[in-house]
Design a protein around this ligand. Structure first.
Ligand SMILES: Nc1ncnc2c1ncn2[C@@H]1O[C@H](COP(=O)(O)OP(=O)(O)O)[C@@H](O)[C@H]1O
Ligand SMILES: N[C@@H](CCC(=O)OP(=O)(O)O)C(=O)O
Length: 242
């Protein structure tokens, strides 16, 4: 949802919500895990003189998160739908009260037909409370709510069996959780956005989630109809399976 110039690409959000709305009509309810707060904050504040990277991230995300939610609120509203914000830190997933509260909140939002939108609580999660990235957050949520499927969207069609730009590399349609294909990935060659994750992280969390019996797919969030195509059983992206 962000481009090479670190800007939020609104048509990507539009397409995402359009598909979530279509699924809702089919009685399939989605939990969305969305990054974007840091970049949305950068767009507003521009350059910051704060030297410390973590402090800068806190400030950008504090500014950008409500902006992301305003965008989502408006787009969901256009489809006659309601969305909500859940901002956890990694500690909230430890067994205990916070986890139970969060689980309860998800159940109640879903039973009300409201689409939860999660992002890391970047303003408070520094060091140990930080997720390695939003792929880890999505994996933890999928497990906590016992999701039927996890779709990890990125800026490429899925995992390639070599450098994505090389003529002789092609899309891997299926990967088993015990298959070691890490050597396919060249994370020095990061995607377009400023994200923390990368393909290796997506693959690792996809495997962890699939190991818990939640079918997981890595696919291109920039294509027109990716989510619907996956739900319709079309061969899209890289399926990670037990
Ligand atoms: N073997 C590979 N297959 C697919 N993508 C790869 C591979 N090796 C490196 N990549 C890079 O990973 C990027 C996807 O991860 P990225 O978008 O950076 O993650 P995040 O959204 O977590 O920041 C792709 O754009 C691609 O450049
Ligand atoms: N929570 C941060 C992004 C965190 C992150 O790691 O994002 P990603 O690389 O997309 O998994 C934000 O909203 O800007």
């Amino acid at each position: 949802m962000t481009n090479r110039d670190n800007r939020i690409v609104r048509p990507v959000l539009d397409r995402l919500v359009k598909q979530i709305a279509e699924l809702y009509e089919r009685d399939i309810i989605t939990v969305l895990v969305s990054s974007g707060s840091v970049i949305a904050g950068m767009e507003v504040l521009g350059h910051s003189d704060i030297k410390d990277k973590a402090s800068r991230r806190q400030v950008y995300s504090a500014i950008g998160q409500p902006r992301m939610m305003r965008l989502y609120y408006n787009i969901f509203h256009d489809y006659g739908m309601k969305c909500a914000q859940v901002l956890p830190t990694k500690n909230d997933f430890d067994p205990g009260e916070h986890r139970r509260n969060m689980q309860n909140c998800y159940e109640n939002l879903l039973s009300e037909g409201v689409i939860p939108i999660a992002n890391e609580d970047d303003t408070v999660s520094l060091t140990h409370a930080m997720f390695s990235d939003n792929d880890e957050l999505a994996s933890l949520i999928a497990e906590m709510i016992d999701a039927d499927k996890l779709i990890i969207l990125t800026d490429i069609d899925g995992l390639y069996d070599g450098h994505p730009d090389a003529d002789d590399s092609s899309l891997v349609e299926e990967v088993g959780i015990d298959e070691n294909v890490n050597h396919f990935i060249n994370d020095g060659h990061k995607g377009e956005a400023e994200g923390r994750g990368g393909m290796l992280s997506k693959l690792n969390y996809a495997k962890q989630t699939a190991a818990k019996n939640i079918p997981t797919i890595i696919a291109n969030g920039k294509s027109e109809n990716t989510i619907i195509d996956i739900i319709d059983g079309k061969a899209v992206g890289t399926k990670v399976e037990i």
